[in-house]
Design a protein around this ligand. Structure first.
Ligand code: ZN
Length: 305
């Protein structure tokens, strides 16, 4: 999985870390500019493969100046603390709402274990605390200048309160983290991802609208890769998220998790060939739990005025 150049930009590269053993699911990006940045770090299991990819690209880990994480979930920021040990010059750029959880990941890791269950949690790996002086807390519209490329951060809640999307002003592509859902290239599947405990539908829809106003040339999904029709992709998500939320709200009690699973799979994944049914269903399961938790929170709030 060496870094491969992306067709639209000579300095921007993509490596497939084969997250969870699945090809084309975990993307790590490298911007090879005057200052060098990687975007996303995979899970703790992926850190060695990222270092290897950097070396095969012809850089030393010591050359990396910035590690940007779209949000602090284990499959995006889990590798950060491990990578830093080999990247003595690098700082980690993280949403200000996620900062304290990277300094002390104890609660983050235990809440992931709870949400995922022991077996799935194993696959998501763990986290290593990051000293505060190696972290840069980021807020809406902060920038990171790399030379030719300038990255602008946007507060993008919905998937999680500590989610960022990142616009590269030079090429006008946007790194979407998990803020714009999942993209399965080849099968051309676009799928919501709505994890417990903090997924928020209204905030997600607001984030989609904001992404549209940026008029990006393309989207760089963390799961997975470049999408060249950003408007169509975001509009598909604007339709799919509320549709999935309705199925979970209206049917979970009557047809159960397996019944809801079948409906969501048929709504979004019928075209699947490259990705196995089992792999896609495991992603859907995360969203069923997250959407159920979201509806529970909404009902609770309504009852309590
Ligand atoms: Zn993710």
């Amino acid at each position: 999985m060496p870094f491969q150049p992306l067709s639209f930009d000579a300095e921007t590269h993509l490596a497939d870390v084969r997250m969870f053993g699945q090809p084309a699911f975990g993307a790590v990006y490298l911007v090879d500019d005057d200052r060098k940045a990687i975007i996303e770090t995979g899970t703790s299991w992926d850190a060695e493969r990222i270092l290897e990819a950097i070396r095969r690209f012809g850089l030393r880990p010591n050359d990396i100046d910035a590690i940007v994480v779209s949000h602090i979930h284990l499959d995006h920021a889990g590798g950060a603390g491990f990578l830093l040990e080999s990247m003595p010059r690098a700082k980690v750029f993280v949403h200000e709402r996620g900062y304290k959880h990277l300094v002390d990941p104890t609660r983050l890791v235990s809440s992931a274990r709870e949400a995922l269950g022991q077996k799935e949690a194993e696959i998501f790996g763990t986290m290593k605390p990051i000293p505060g002086d190696r972290l840069v807390p980021v807020k809406d519209r902060d920038r990171l200048d790399l030379g030719k490329h300038s990255l602008v951060f946007f507060d993008s809640p919905g998937h999680a309160p500590h989610e960022l999307t990142i616009l590269d002003e030079r090429n006008r592509w946007v790194y979407t983290g998990d803020a714009a859902g999942l993209y399965f290239p080849g099968d051309e599947i676009l799928m919501p991802i709505a994890p417990a405990p903090a997924f928020d539908l209204e905030q997600s829809l607001e984030t989609f609208r904001r992404l549209l106003t940026l008029q990006p040339r393309g989207l760089l999904f963390s799961h997975y890769g470049p999408h060249t029709k950003p408007k169509a992709a975001i509009e598909a998500m604007i339709a799919a998220y509320p549709a999935w939320a309705r199925v979970v709200r209206d049917k979970l009690a009557s047809i159960g998790e397996e019944g809801v699973m079948r409906e969501l799979y048929d709504m979004s994944c019928r075209a699947a060939k490259r990705y196995s049914r089992d792999f896609l269903e495991r992603r859907i399961r995360v969203s069923i739990a997250g959407l159920a938790a979201y509806h529970e929170r909404m009902e609770h709030a309504a009852r309590n005025g």
